[in-house]
Design a protein around this ligand. Structure first.
Ligand code: GDP
Ligand code: MG
Ligand code: ZN
Length: 360
């Protein structure tokens, strides 16, 4: 899946919306919006209403600071990138710290301006609520709406039991039970894949991501994780923006599989909204919800309102997040590479969403 669509699309069809249009000012005079379809070391492949173009990256704009799905302003000739517009959402993954690595605290950008993350697992032993909560945290932290897809329903004895477990992970969480090979898959996912909408798929190997991708694109990609080796360099990523017959866009995300959380407090707060809300009623502001007096969360566990296992998983994920955040360059203020400091808007949006939740 490396080819860039040769077709032309209107800005709206490419996903252009008010929140991007508002960012264009008089200073952009003559410049035009374009959506990033691929990120190369020294240039971007973009989609414009005139068709696909390649734009050069001026000095001071490392390609690693761009993601597939980004909106950029390009020169009138559509040959040079001028500036990147603020993102609606950003999926990113922290680079694993290696001994002596300069990459500590650096984030690899997976995709920008994604509206929906399809979190895929199967109605079998792959199903794991703790792992789903990690993906939900990633999505919520990025400002992306998660939807859980439970594949291989056709092979399970009681697929609905998986749906019931998954549904407990979020009040407004959409959960779908699917046979990824069924002819109505694209139809079932259509509400998230409409004109100008951008989606991505995550999940472990073997859960059906490629099968679902084929169902959505109407194409047949048998291979797993196609590598763009045609240029003979490793800096080129195959990640790309793919048009869907439904009018939406799919960003392939080979990067999201097993994942650790870091600097994801907002994502954890939203994922575990019922705990976050109750925590506000604890007697102590820094309550750890273990054995403190006046702990509203422990009270809810005692009354059966909150599952003790769920609280346990919240605790483990929060602890992991705290450790990883503390060890990140971002937390140490070293500012290596790309840190999450620039993601303010997505966070603000999530906090607002969490607060809205609270008021209900
Ligand atoms: N019966 C059944 N098989 C499925 C389903 N989804 C995926 N598969 C099969 O599971 C295997 C792995 O699927 P694939 O799409 O390659 O998973 P990926 O590794 O997540 O991309 C393939 O043999 C698929 O045909 C499903 O819903 N039902
Ligand atoms: Mg695959
Ligand atoms: Zn408490």
């Amino acid at each position: 899946m490396t080819a860039i669509s040769p077709d032309t699309y209107t800005l709206e069809a490419l996903g252009w919306a008010e929140d991007f249009a508002h960012q264009v000012t008089d200073e952009d005079e003559g410049d035009r919006p374009a959506r990033v379809a691929q990120v190369h070391r020294d240039r971007l492949a973009v989609l414009t209403p005139d068709g696909p173009r390649e734009v050069a990256l001026p000095n001071g704009h490392p390609s690693g600071s761009f993601a597939v799905g980004d909106w950029v302003m390009v020169s009138a000739s559509q040959s040079v990138m001028r500036r990147r517009l603020e993102r609606r959402s950003l999926l990113q993954r922290r680079v694993h710290s290696r001994a002596g690595s300069r990459n500590i605290g650096e984030y690899r950008l997976i995709g920008a301006n994604i509206d929906t993350l399809f979190i895929t697992t199967s109605c079998n032993a792959d199903f794991n609520v703790a792992r789903l909560e990690r993906y939900l945290t990633l999505a919520h932290d990025a400002g992306v709406e998660p939807v859980i897809l439970l594949t291989k329903a056709d092979m399970a004895e009681d697929p609905e039991s998986y749906a019931i477990e998954a549904q407990k992970l979020g009040r407004d969480l959409a959960v779908l039970v699917l046979d990824a090979h069924a002819p109505d898959v694209a139809e079932k996912l259509a509400q998230w894949c409409g004109a100008g909408k951008t989606v991505a798929l995550s999940g472990s190997s073997g859960v059906g991501k490629t099968t679902l991708t084929n169902a959505l694109t109407g194409k047949d990609e048998a291979t797993q994780g196609v590598r763009d080796d045609t240029r003979g360099r490793h800096t080129t990523t195959a990640r790309s923006l793919h048009p869907l017959p439904s009018g939406g866009w799919l960003i392939d995300t080979p990067g999201i599989r097993g994942l650790g959380v870091s600097d994801a407090a907002t994502g954890i707060d939203v994922t575990f909204a019922e705990i976050t809300e109750l925590a506000a009623q604890c007697k102590f502001r820094d309550c750890a919800h273990v054995a403190e007096p006046g702990c509203a969360v422990q009270a809810a566990v005692a009354s059966g309102e909150i599952d003790a296992d769920r609280l346990d998983r919240w605790r483990k994920l929060s602890a992991e997040d705290a450790v990883n955040t503390a060890s990140s360059g971002a937390a140490m203020g070293k500012g290596y590479g790309i840190t999450k400091r620039g993601k303010g808007k997505a966070v603000a949006k999530q906090i607002k969403a969490a607060q809205k939740h609270k008021k209900r």
